[in-house]
Design a protein around this ligand. Sequence first.
Ligand SMILES: [Zn+2]
Length: 475
Amino acid sequence: MEKANEWAVAKYTGWGITARNEQWGQWRGWERGISHIDMVYPRTKSLESTQLAWSPGMGDKTVTAELVILPDLEDSLAFQKWLPAVKGKFVMVSMLQPTGRPDYNWQEFATPASFEKMKKDRTAQQEAWTNRIKKTGYTNKTLPVALEKAGAAGVVGSNWSAGFGVDKIFGAYTKKIPTIDIALEDYGLLYRLTESGDKPKISVHTESKERGVVPTFNTIAEIKGSEKPDEYVILSAHFDSWDGGTGATDNGTGTLTMMEAMRILHLVYPHPKRTILVGHWGSEEEGLNGSRAFVEDHPEIVSKVQAVFNQDNGTGRVVNLSGQGFLNSYDYLGRWLAKVPSNIRDSIQTHFPGTPGGGGSDFASFIAVGAPAFSLSSLNWSYGTYTWHTNRDTYDKIVFDDLRNNAILVATLAYMASEDPATSSREKACCPSISGQASPPNGPNKQNPSVKADLTNYHPKTKGPERGLYYSTIS
Ligand SMILES: [Zn+2]
């Protein structure tokens, strides 16, 4: 994040655009190191595997040990009795998937009967596995910690993302032992060998660095308004990402779209009426923290927002735009869209006044305080399965023609919003309730920027640069 923030400021500065890094809080600094994970018995095979974010480093240690599968026991008492059996072993905490083929592949090639049978069996298996974990008396979050306390060598999961060779890579809950993800194909191999008594062994070496509590930033760049400098058009895309891949489509592509729009605007529209500001938010993935903090720290900006345009669902062309429950959004968004080149505009479905987004990305931080904020929603390009928070969210998935389309769209909307003689109405649409009385639609509640990811060692602070999550004593 540090390097990205510095890079973005340097890039904008090089283009002649004023930019700064604004500290919004602090967070647990962690640096990913190498993950080397191999099966060493009964035969040798390098495994497709990586440590989860915030997994504790092992220094120069390599641990070679057998595996044990989380057993299906009667209740938490039985589990406590069994727990010492994990000592010195890697514990497998994910179920064995019945297939590594995505459903679309089954749909195409399986007989309808066998597809149905697979789905039915899988659902039953998933329910049984959920129940297996529940009966331990722990949750997915607390179980790894219990295993660690009982002396396990490490926690091994497989968070399949329902596509060929693709896993979601999130954060670890262990404090001392590594938590790793092994891809379905290799996890399945180990699972079957363990189940059939072949006692496979894996060798695990992961490195990472704890950096303690570090300041965390939003990168902000601005083209100052010439007539109404204290009114704002805000371009918005989060800058952080999960790190199983490189975050290319979540949210490298949103970032590139907004940066390119700023570059274009600075070249062809250097003296906008209103100030055009871009926010590259930190810590979106941990609960929209950077944007929420910005909203809290800058009431003077947020109260004078003409429009916020946020993009955060992959590399595709923007195809959906909702009025987010703003009653008059049709008027102004309609006016602005009318000037977008038709080959870009014609594929966008609009919904007016729409309903306010309750979260999901940074526009919700603005809607929560009544600012007209909109999500530029993209064509999916298998985003949910293949790139969102996965080990496959990498550069090769970017579709640059679509980004070009989006940069033109954003630059045009920003230009139109800046030029509009009228100030955007913030009036919200009201929905008749059952009793016939009007009530506002449900919107996101304003929340303090703090905790979505439950990093159990951290406590929220709510104000100033101290805000964020910081260390307490590890218990
Ligand atoms: Zn995102």
